[in-house]
Unconditional design. Structure first.
Lengths: 407, 91
């Protein structure tokens, strides 16, 4: 039995393709990586990333607000405003106590920490801004979006590494089912492109080191993949109970029908090699949506382009699906925006359901022979999709899976 | 108003995004919606740009008072520098 589905009535995104969901879809369909050399990372062995181009926070949200926030919050506010407008909602008139904000963020923003460390080293603690904490802590994203949109209902930030946004969206579905709110502004945001963050991920051997060819660096499921490319972004979806959305005459873009979560309980960074934990989450999401594996027509994969993730994810999909449906991995184009990735990929899944089109996986020139999946590459593939699934798996073994169906 | 007032007004409008139309010598920080944390941030910016600490402000201080305090700090610091140098060389 389905436990109740949510209508997705609005989406908003700020991604390495730029601000706006139209740009996100165009870039995904073009299937070319957006990675470029990053001046802020100059001197590091990995000096490229997928930044949001030309995003002027002062122009978008105004200097009065922007100066007191770090960039991940700027991105979240821009995406949330787009999603609310897309849903045809007006914060001036909505029932604020019934509007929840549930957003995922992987980590503290480390944007300015290198400056703070320098002040401390130089014995100048008094130069540290009193806004350093409120600017950088993860929960500020949900807090500032609520302030900006005057949403006074439940407010929560989920932090499950790369599964943060999918966890937020699944939690939002649960809150709607429990009638703790009527509308959820949900998704995720991240901007972790500081030299400190890049160096830390590089030392984990998580990043592609293809510095001579940034555009070819993020290659999910490819035999020559060597890690992910750091990215930033924000994705926001508006969820409402289906009956409420229909009653107000909202345009329903698709439905979120199921959510499954699990923990590998195996290793602090590596996925379980058997894929058992991820399979558990997928099966839970399918049960929650009350559908069978065979009903799924498309999988938007986590697909980070690390050796271990892609292999484990492929095993997982082979384990769950007798015949896995066509798969794509948005991180080939967008890089890995960590806590935002699950939201951008959920939005990509909404768009695939709307357009009945699966974007290609960038840089997939030669499928890893150990990966037995139908991964879409080269050009977008038209497909009849009534239900789709999107995976997010985080360091720490946290797995979150969302099931959607077309409107 | 003084050059230091202009500096404070510039930081308020350029760095903190306060509406320039609201900025005048009689405006208080409360009226400009500059809360206590923002005032500390403002003081750090002033020190970074002018080299002098501005202390003793509260929400009801006006911009003219802030400029006067900064003026005083400037004079005190300039006057104290030779004394400090003298002390440092005294055995």
């Amino acid at each position: 039995m389905n436990h109740g589905e949510a209508a997705i009535t609005g989406v908003g995104s700020v991604s390495p393709a730029g601000a706006g969901t139209g740009k996100l879809w165009d870039a995904l369909i073009a299937g070319k990586s957006l990675a470029t050399t990053d001046d802020a990372l100059a001197g590091l062995p990995v000096d490229f990333s997928c930044r949001v181009p030309g995003f002027d926070a002062d122009a978008v949200i105004g200097r009065r607000l922007s100066w007191r926030m770090d960039r991940f919050t700027h991105l979240a506010i821009a995406a949330a405003r787009e999603a609310v407008a897309d849903a045809g909602l007006d914060p001036a008139t909505w029932d604020a106590p019934r509007i929840a904000v549930i957003l995922g963020v992987g980590s503290n923003s480390l944007d300015r920490y290198h400056i703070l460390f320098r002040y401390l080293r130089e014995g100048q603690a008094k130069r540290i801004s009193p806004l350093s904490i409120p600017r950088s802590v993860p929960n500020m994203v949900a807090g500032e979006v609520a302030i900006d949109l005057h949403a006074t209902g439940p407010n929560l930030t989920t932090s499950n590494a790369c599964a943060s946004a999918a966890t937020a969206i699944g939690t939002a579905l649960d809150l709607l089912r429990a009638r703790r709110c009527d509308i959820c502004i949900t998704g995720g945001a991240e901007s972790l492109l500081s030299p400190i963050a890049a160096a830390c991920f590089w030392r984990m051997n998580a990043l592609s080191e293809r510095a001579e060819d940034p555009q070819g660096a993020s290659r999910p499921f490819d035999a020559d993949r060597d890690g992910f490319v750091l990215a930033e972004g924000a994705g926001v979806l508006i969820l409402e109970r289906a009956a409420d959305a229909q009653a107000r005459g909202a345009r329903i873009r698709s439905y979120l029908t199921g959510y499954g979560a699990s923990a590998d309980a195996h290793h602090f960074t590596a996925p379980h090699p058997s894929g058992d934990g991820a399979a558990q989450a997928i099966n839970a999401a399918l049960r929650d949506a009350a559908i069978e594996p065979a009903d799924i027509g498309h999988v938007n994969a986590h697909g980070t382009a690390t050796r271990l993730n892609d292999l484990a994810e492929a095993r997982t999909l082979r384990q769950v699906f007798a015949c896995p449906p066509p798969v794509t991995a948005c991180k080939g184009v967008l890089g890995h925006s960590l806590g935002a990735a699950g939201a951008l990929e959920a939005i990509a899944t909404v768009l695939s359901l709307e357009h009945q089109l699966i974007p290609p996986t960038a840089n997939l020139d030669r499928l890893d022979p150990d990966i037995d999946l139908d991964v879409v590459a080269g050009t977008p593939r038209p497909a009849r999709i009534t239900a789709a699934l999107t995976n997010s798996f985080g360091f720490g073994g946290q797995n979150a899976v969302l099931v959607m169906r077309s409107a | 108003m003084s050059e230091l007032y202009d500096k404070i007004a510039d930081i308020l409008t350029t760095n903190l995004g306060v509406d320039p139309e609201l900025v005048n010598p009689d405006a208080t920080f409360a009226v400009l919606d500059i809360d206590s944390l923002s005032m500390i941030e403002l003081a750090i910016m002033v020190e970074d740009q002018c080299g002098f600490k501005i202390e003793g402000l509260d929400a009801d201080s006006t911009l003219a008072q802030a400029a006067a305090l900064l003026e005083k700090a400037t004079q005190q610091q300039q006057a104290s520098t030779p004394c400090g140098a003298q002390t440092a060389t005294t055995p």
